[in-house]
Ligand binder design. Structure first.
Ligand SMILES: NC(=O)c1ccc[n+]([C@@H]2O[C@H](COP(=O)([O-])OP(=O)(O)OC[C@H]3O[C@@H](n4cnc5c(N)ncnc54)[C@H](OP(=O)(O)O)[C@@H]3O)[C@@H](O)[C@H]2O)c1
Length: 336
């Protein structure tokens, strides 16, 4: 296939407000020896893209300056030592940046097949959140079947992934939401129970679990929730801090952390090494992909915007009106 030299991409022309995102002509990225070049059909929108647009989350050295941490599309070229894929393969991938574009170069180890029966639009909504939750909740916090998992922001990208991963692995997801519509969505994804954010969360968790508490907590909210997470945790529990949307400082009872033998861990996915991302991809492929390909698997809800309307998608995410995921579709979206 002869590749063009240029593509359309969404540049962060002015860091700050969504209007600073502009569609521009951009050079096709070069590919490293271990990378594949993906012709992007769709790119997922994630919280870290908003932070990058605002100028608060610089790309790591060597990464594309373009936003976009996940895509789905078709492999069109391979680096000299990249293995496991062939041109023409229909794939989804965790990028190191640069997903808001018509082509992106991605390490071959961060690529996964599109699950059977999935559109590329649905698949593009998966990698960033599923890699994040697999690494933190499954690999680091050692999620086991039957464990109860308290999940904040359950109708969003990370929260939805946490519900589905916990459910696939036989755990019991308890979803925290802010409206009846979001509660319904969390239940559709597999939540065992839902709690409205306005309720006494710790008391409800104790009630739901027969005073045992939550074995694992997945928190994107932080701030005042940190104290609640500790109160809601079971003995030996593990709290996974993935973001701090409501504040990065908190007052904690260290005595309760000790008395309950708790672990509090935090992580950001983007700076992880290529080896770690490859290992996460392997775990997803082995433990989660078979379930995703089952007929009847409930795909996360996806709202689609054209690539050129990235600013509109960012505004929708900031308004917190969305349920599920937001995806940008390129001119190649209709062909796959
Ligand atoms: N650590 C990592 O590696 C990593 C990876 C990916 C994402 N993240 C971060 O995780 C966070 C969530 O990402 P996402 O893609 O799941 O976003 P999302 O789709 O917007 O979901 C965020 C959820 O949190 C709830 N929420 C509670 N307090 C909020 C607040 N103050 N502001 C916004 N939402 C609030 C929202 O529901 P209600 O409005 O109903 O409360 C929503 O369901 C982001 O900050 C993102 O940057 C971290």
């Amino acid at each position: 296939m002869t590749l063009p030299q240029h593509m359309q991409a969404v540049a962060i022309a002015r860091p700050g407000e969504p209007d600073g995102l502009e569609i521009r002509t951009w050079p096709i990225p070069g590919i490293g020896e271990n990378e594949v070049l993906i012709r992007v059909a769709a790119a997922g929108v994630n919280g870290p893209d908003l932070a990058q647009r605002r100028g608060h989350y610089d790309p790591p050295p060597g990464a594309s300056p373009l936003a976009g941490l996940e895509v789905a599309g078709e492999i069109v070229a391979m680096g000299s030592v990249a293995t496991g894929w062939l041109p023409g393969d229909r794939v989804m991938a965790l990028t190191n940046g640069g997903g808001y574009a018509e082509y992106v170069a991605v390490p071959a180890g961060q690529v996964l097949p599109v699950p059977t029966g999935w559109s590329v639009g649905d698949a593009a909504a998966l990698p960033e959140t599923w890699f994040t939750v697999t690494q933190t909740l499954v690999m680091r916090a050692g999620l086991e079947p039957q464990m109860s998992v308290l999940i904040h922001g359950a109708s969003g990208g990370i929260g939805g992934a946490a519900i589905q991963i916990a459910s696939i692995l036989g755990a019991r997801p308890i979803a925290i939401v802010s409206s009846p519509a979001k509660a319904d969505y969390a239940k559709e994804l597999g939540a065992w129970a839902t709690i409205d954010r306005s309720e006494d969360i710790a008391a409800r968790v104790m009630e739901l679990t027969g005073e045992h508490g939550a074995d694992r907590v997945v928190d994107v909210v932080g701030g005042p929730m940190a104290e609640i997470n500790i109160a809601a945790s079971a003995i030996g529990g593990h709290i996974v801090q993935i973001s701090t949307l409501d504040g990065s400082s908190a007052k904690l009872s260290l005595r309760t952390i000790m008395a309950k033998q708790l672990t509090l861990s935090g992580s950001t996915l983007r700076p992880q090494s290529a080896e770690t991302k490859r290992a996460i991809a392997g775990r997803i492929r082995q433990d989660l992909l078979p379930a995703l390909s089952q007929p009847g698997f409930r795909k996360p809800r996806v709202t689609v915007f054209p690539l050129a309307a990235a600013a509109e998608a960012h505004r929708a995410m900031e308004a917190r009106s969305h349920i599920g995921k937001l995806v940008l579709v390129t001119q190649f979206g209709a062909t796959l």
